[in-house]
Design a protein around this ligand. Structure first.
Ligand code: SF4
Length: 170
């Protein structure tokens, strides 16, 4: 199987979400959010497209890579789940390194907040990323869908209706 940045991002938020995504259980507005994400990218940085390359590495797509400065740019709507965004970009830096591109860095951009967050992959982070990958493989290979996380963290999840269907029909 191919682990992509989306797997890493979901894994950092909820193992159940990772499992549902892998098993192709998709909620309608999941794709809407993705569409909105690319819309933010296009609207916020219309003039920058030329500077970037889209990279496909080991089945993972990096939308905005600046080959001159060796910077992965990741554009996000909100910094609410920043730890998962950082992990996603570290995973991309891991893939770049694995494919012979050393010394790349990352920059998460929040155009609506006018904020940025620098991301690095240190040597000691490599086994950590490899452990994420192994753990994701273990989770999605299981026949058992993992349990829900705390409901307070689920409100903005696209799987909310799916996970709480019994409660909403009560
Ligand atoms: S609604 Fe909550 S438990 Fe369900 S997939 Fe989303 S984050 Fe996980």
């Amino acid at each position: 199987m191919t682990i992509t940045g989306t797997y890493i991002k979901y894994y950092m938020v909820c193992h159940r979400k990772t499992w549902l995504f892998h098993h192709k259980i998709e909620m309608e507005h999941t794709s809407e959010l993705v569409a909105e994400g690319s819309f933010i990218g296009e609207k916020s940085y219309p003039q920058r497209a030329e500077r970037y390359r889209e990279l496909l590495l080991d089945g993972s797509k990096i939308d905005f890579y600046d080959p001159n400065d060796k910077v992965v740019h990741e554009i996000k709507k909100s910094d609410k789940l920043e730890h998962s965004h950082v992990a996603q970009v570290q995973f991309y830096l891991y893939l770049l390194r694995k494919n012979g591109i050393e010394g790349a860095t990352g920059l998460i951009e929040y155009p609506k907040l006018r904020q940025t967050q620098a991301v690095r992959l240190e040597v000691e982070d490599i086994p950590v990323v490899e452990e994420w990958i192994r753990d994701i493989e273990r989770i999605v290979d299981s026949e058992q869908c993992p349990g829900r996380i705390s409901k307070s963290k689920c409100r903005s999840c696209s799987y909310f209706d799916f996970c709480y269907v019994e409660e909403s029909s009560e």
